[in-house]
Design a binder for this molecule. Structure first.
Ligand SMILES: CC(C)(COP(=O)(O)OP(=O)(O)OC[C@H]1O[C@@H](n2cnc3c(N)ncnc32)[C@H](O)[C@@H]1OP(=O)(O)O)[C@@H](O)C(=O)NCCC(=O)NCCS
Length: 186
């Protein structure tokens, strides 16, 4: 179990499993998130392609969400504003849940919430991620055209998934990952 940085322990053990809730992350969550990601992805995480994107393009801290169970932080998700082929959107990840709290819905709740909040802004048209289709398909993610979206490093094309109100976009979107708003600045 990950020790939360500045959050109180629950007062009493719940008699039945409580549902997860969501809140915005604050700077007090930074250590918890760092420890969670280190546990999930290990020291090799900085070499992963998705981490490389986040080095080039900063995450949107106003879309950094924490999943809680019984008032304890147990899961985290980040969003990175990006563009692909001149269209603005977001890269979701990492999504991580404390192993002691997996299978209780925190991960899926965070995906649903962060996608809804990001797309409701009306500034980005899609959410892209690299992940397992069986997990993300029920959350509205569809496979993209293999090789159409170019990442700054190796990715398994079958794991490049996209969520958009436009159901045709997953197969149409193509181009290299660039900064959010890149086309407007040209
Ligand atoms: C993937 C992860 C975030 C899921 O978190 P979670 O809070 O347990 O997710 P939920 O409780 O919402 O969903 C759990 C369900 O998804 C299933 N599931 C978990 N990972 C899965 C995967 N890779 N593929 C398919 N199904 C998966 C579980 O078996 C479980 O199924 P059930 O509801 O039928 O029992 C968590 O396992 C984790 O942190 N993994 C390590 C980091 C990672 O791989 N992140 C995703 C890529 S960025």
């Amino acid at each position: 179990m990950i020790a939360p940085s500045a959050h109180p322990a629950p007062q009493a053990a719940p008699t039945q499993q409580s549902l997860p809730t969501v809140r915005f992350a604050t700077p007090a969550d930074d250590r918890f998130i760092e420890e969670l990601q280190a546990l999930a992805f290990g020291p090799g995480r900085f070499a992963r392609t998705a981490f490389r994107i986040r080095e080039r393009f900063p995450i949107d801290k106003s879309l950094s969400l924490i999943g809680e169970i019984d008032g304890r932080p147990v899961a985290s998700v980040w969003m990175t504003p990006i563009s692909v082929g001149g269209m603005d959107g977001y890269l979701l990840g990492p999504l991580t849940t404390d192993p002691a709290y997996r299978g209780r819905g925190a991960g899926k709740l965070l995906v649903k919430e962060v996608c809804a909040r990001a797309l409701a802004r009306g500034e980005g048209s899609f959410v892209l991620l690299v992940g397992d289709e069986p997990y993300y398909a029920p959350l509205g993610f569809a496979p993209t055209t293999p090789g159409a979206i170019q990442f700054p490093g190796p990715v398994d094309p079958k794991r490049v998934l996209l969520h958009s109100a436009d159901r045709t976009l997953a197969l149409r979107l193509s181009g290299a990952i660039a900064a959010f708003g890149a086309r407007k600045r040209v």
